[in-house]
Design a protein around this ligand. Structure first.
Ligand SMILES: N[C@@H](CCSC[C@H](N)C(=O)O)C(=O)O
Length: 926
């Protein structure tokens, strides 16, 4: 058996495949020469010694070696090819000794064997999925205490460094995989060594490779790399490297590798040694392109994680300890389905795990490299499900950009910027040749994200900075509200123009007599609660634990006015908080995110956040196209605005809510709708807030939009029929956008035709014509039929909707029906003429019910947002102390002084909600 080589002399330690042995003086001479070489020279210059003078290291493809006194006896214990590789790597890592193993995970397994049961491993909370998996296994089966903490903040590690915690190992990644967060390697090493001198600092350096970062020079005891990545560079082998300085550690590692047999095979050692020679060359190219890609995505407003970006929150620390930003970056789109479309659309970028090879890769970590971390843990640690990771290779940057841009475009993540005049082909080629960074920024100008976000990362940095000076409100200072706030808002039916409205076409919509009702009640335990029992939401959160540090910065003077756009960083953080509740379904998650997002932004900071419970119930069918989410959004917006006194609490007898308050509520309800639907037109919230009927045109591409009330009609009856087929509004809307992008010649004429329909309907309903009522209804019927045909051509109908269209059109009914809302299921709307006999209506309802549908008779128009009037107009906010003084109990505690409106709402059945609201009385509407 070969004795492990002597640590401390790396050039001799394992490089003894030379037969016969050459003089140590020669090796020493090589070492002395190499001491002054730069990294790329070191990479390319392998200290090859061979009896025949082979200039590349031979493959010793043998299991055994003859004799008893030789350097080698058995390849598990040592092999000349592997030894040559290990020697070479020890120089590159600045290590006493380096070891080549079968994979990066084998390296971690070997290193973790240095930890004994009862000892602690302190690891990051953003880390490679495989690492998390092995640590979890060790924590569950190996008696090792595994703690995950935010390694980007030394102060987050301090509490664990007390001697009682027996920290044996601190395991770091920097940058982390996949969020590219930065840990201060030197700073952490110093603190850990001072507090727990026996603890080992271990760094997974795979994202950087020894070319860019050498943690052993920054206080680390052990560094390991997946050799599969940058070191080999071609994805044609699996390997892992461990490098260490301390001789006792090297000895233990060598012992374990020999005992277990995890050393790298000779052929793979040969391949890896060959790959390493070109590492710096490859990485220079990969990094240069990665920087261009990061700049491009950043200037389009995506939240991009890459330490090469000026806005990276820990850029200074990264550049103190590394000499490059690497070639892996990740970015957030805000929508998982959108990310899937982007990744699925890539052609040159391979959809694959791993990174560091010559070919560029694209992946979604949560579905791929990090899928072994449970969804709940991912959410808890703030790993966005929609995150896309890009691993840049050596291809021509222009081809990579063409492919990426095509994917983004066809997924609908960016749209052409029509006001941009592109550079000529020649000028673009010249710019690329002379100034690639300017070229990429110019290229980005040709596109924009559908919602024109400001640079998200800038806001993130500002938010984090703001958070640094933040002090939590204590329990006694926590604000709440004096008494219950009760609100209600209607759903809507789109009569004409759905889908087209997203593209700037006018839509005509009206409120319906189905509503969402909500009660917001005070609480005194420092929490905020949300109850939407219809969709299984019964949750509460500690106010102090919400991600306040990510709030976008607002001037306090304007906080009552809603932002135009969502803040991606805050949204992502709120999603992280909510996604931890895996028991809640998709609709419930959306309701929570919308509520918490508005709750946080409207408060503007923890100190102003009231402890309340918001309870909502609705008699609107969900996901049926009747604006249930807009009704909910309107209730959330108005209740929160009232809690902050951003709008005026109406008093009994007040005729209506003011126009300015109505507009403020509408702005916030629209923001909530953006959380729920990504890119809504705004018509649903406009109708829910204002009631009645409106013609609505969205501002698109610089064209001025607007909202006109339609007051020239009196009650036109409609039959709303719910197919009970649920559908996904977001993807239906995106589908039409994608169709328009792919086939503008087909879609644009349809949009023009729908515009004409809406124009005529608006005129009819505005009372600007002297058309007889019978003729008016007849013309509306014709428009309904025509509009439905266009929606069918846009591909948004559904067999269930066609059944309703057919049943209502059939004799003896002969009625006009169209789908309403997103289509794909949901509801159909049928116009019921004034003279349509009641017996026929009853018969139609029975027919539809027999087919499994749910018909509901309503009429066009009806009140919008309603706020339950209070007897006094005193301020709605008070501290908990003030609340006690006023002896106003929480209605939940049932102390008898406050009408238990929340309980009443919870107890009311869907059919009784309207009656419950009528009994309350005292409503003031918009
Ligand atoms: N199925 C594999 C996934 C490997 S991911 C490889 C790499 N470290 C990366 O980050 O892409 C597994 O479960 O380990």
């Amino acid at each position: 058996m070969t004795t492990p080589s002597t640590p401390g002399d790396s050039s001799l330690a394992t490089s003894v495949y030379s037969l016969p042995a050459k003089s140590p003086t020669e090796a020493e001479q090589y070492k002395a020469r190499a001491a002054n070489w730069r990294f790329s020279t070191l990479c390319a210059s392998v200290d090859t010694k061979d009896q025949y003078g082979a200039s590349s290291t031979p493959i010793y493809q043998t299991a055994t070696f003859k004799g008893v006194d030789g350097q080698y006896d058995y390849t598990r214990s040592g092999n000349p090819t592997r030894g040559g590789l290990e020697n070479h790597l020890a120089r590159l890592y600045g290590a006493t000794q380096a070891f080549a193993l079968s994979t990066g995970m084998t390296c971690l397994d070997t290193i973790l064997r240095l930890v004994k049961p009862g000892e602690t491993v302190l690891a990051g909370d953003d880390l490679y999925g495989g690492t998390n998996r092995l640590l979890t296994y060790l924590g569950t089966h190996g008696g090792v205490n595994v703690i995950h903490a935010d390694t980007t903040r030394i102060e987050a590690l301090r509490p664990y460094l007390q001697p009682g915690n027996k920290v044996k190992m601190v395991l770091l990644e920097s940058p982390t995989n996949p969020l590219l967060k930065i840990a201060d390697l030197q700073g952490i090493s110093d603190e850990v060594k001072a507090a727990s001198p026996n603890a080992l600092i271990v760094v997974d350096n795979t994202m950087m490779s020894p070319y860019l970062q050498r943690p052993l020079e920054l206080g680390a005891d052990i560094v390991y790399d997946s050799g599969t990545k940058y070191l080999s560079g071609h994805h044609d082998l699996m390997a892992g490297i461990i490098a260490a300085k301390r001789t006792d550690v090297c000895k233990d590692i060598a012992f374990l590798i020999n005992s277990v047999g995890s050393g790298l095979a000779p052929f793979d050692s040969f391949l890896l040694l060959r790959g390493v020679k070109t590492m710096s060359l490859r990485m220079d190219r990969q990094m240069a392109t990665a920087q261009l890609v990061a700049n491009y995505l950043d200037s389009l407003g995506f939240l991009v994680h890459y330490p090469g970006l000026k806005s990276h929150p820990k850029r200074d620390i990264h550049w103190k300890q590394a000499t490059g930003a690497g070639a892996v970056l990740s970015f957030v789109t805000g929508d998982k389905a959108l990310s899937e479309r982007i990744v699925g659309g890539a052609r040159l970028w391979g959809i694959s795990v791993s990174f560091g090879a010559v070919n560029s890769l694209i992946s979604m970590p949560c579905l791929m490299s990090h899928a072994s971390i449970s969804a709940a843990v991912r959410a808890e640690r703030g790993l966005p499900e929609n995150l896309i990771r890009l691993c840049v290779g050596i291809e021509d940057p222009r081809d990579l950009m063409d492919d990426l841009e095509h994917s983004l475009l066809s997924a609908g993540a960016i749209t052409p910027n029509l006001s941009y005049s592109p550079l000529s082909h020649a000028r673009s080629a010249e710019l690329y040749a002379t100034d690639p960074e300017a070229w990429i920024l110019e290229r980005a100008k040709g596109f924009k994200r559908p919602s024109d976000h400001a640079s998200a990362i800038d806001k993130l940095v500002t938010g984090v900075k703001k958070g640094l000076g933040f002090t939590s409100a204590t329990e006694s200072e926590r604000k709440t509200i004096e008494q219950d706030i009760v609100v209600s808002a209607p759903g809507k039916v789109i009569l004409f123009g759905e889908h087209a409205v997203v593209h700037g076409v006018t839509a005509v919509a009206s409120s319906v007599n189905l509503r969402c009702f909500a009660v917001q009640s005070p609480r005194s335990d420092g929490k905020v609660g949300l109850e939407v029992p219809d969709i299984g939401v019964e949750l509460e959160w500690d106010i102090s634990k919400l991600p306040w540090n990510l709030l976008p910065v607002h001037s306090n003077a304007h906080r009552h006015v809603a932002d135009k756009d969502l803040d991606p960083a805050l949204l992502q953080a709120v999603e992280g908080v909510v996604n931890a509740h895996v028991e809640v379904g998709k609709t419930g998650i959306g309701a929570c995110v919308a509520f918490l997002y508005l709750y946080m932004v409207m408060a503007g900071g923890e100190a102003d956040a009231p402890a309340v419970t918001f309870t909502a119930k609705s008699n609107l069918p969900i996901s049926a196209g009747l604006g249930s989410s807009a009704a909910y959004s309107t209730c959330v917006a108005s209740a929160l605005l009232l809690a902050h006194s951003h709008i005026t609490q109406p008093e009994h007898g007040q005729p209506r809510l003011s126009e300015s308050d109505t507009n403020i509520v509408d702005g916030w309800a629209f923001l909530a709708e953006k959380v729920l639907h990504g890119n809504p037109s705004g018509i649903d919230n406009a109708v829910s807030v204002r009631g009645g009927a409106v013609a609505f045109t969205r501002s698109v591409g610089g064209r001025q939009g607007g909202l006109n009330g339609l007051h020239g009609f009196s009650s036109i009856r409609l039959l709303l029929t719910n197919t009970l087929v649920p559908r996904d509004t977001k993807s239906l809307v995106a589908g039409v956008s994608a169709k328009r992008l792919a086939e503008p010649h087909v879609v644009d004429p349809i949009l023009d035709a729908i515009q004409s329909i809406s124009d005529e309907a608006s005129t009819l309903l505005s009372g600007q014509t002297r058309v007889e009522r019978k003729e008016l209804v007849g013309r509306l019927e014709a428009l309904i039929t025509e509009n439905h045909g266009h929606l069918v051509n846009l591909g948004v109908s559904h067999p269930s909707l066609e059944m309703i269209v057919a049943a209502t059109a059939a004799e003896p009914f002969g009625l006009a029906t169209k789908l309403t809302g997103a289509g794909g299921g949901g509801c159909a709307v049928t116009l019921i003429p004034d003279d349509f006999p009641q017996s026929s209506l009853d018969s139609l309802i029975t027919t539809l019910q027999a087919q499994g549908f749910q018909p509901h008779l309503t009429s066009v128009g009806g009140p919008g947002l309603g706020i339950h009037a209070q007897p006094s107009s005193s301020s709605r906010s008070s501290t908990r102390a003030a609340q006690k003084e006023d002896a106003i109990p929480n209605s939940e505690e049932g102390e008898g002084m406050v009408v238990p409106k929340r309980a009443g709402l919870r107890e009311a059945g869907t059919e009784d909600l309207q009656a419950w609201s009528d009994r309350l009385g005292g409503w003031v509407h918009t």
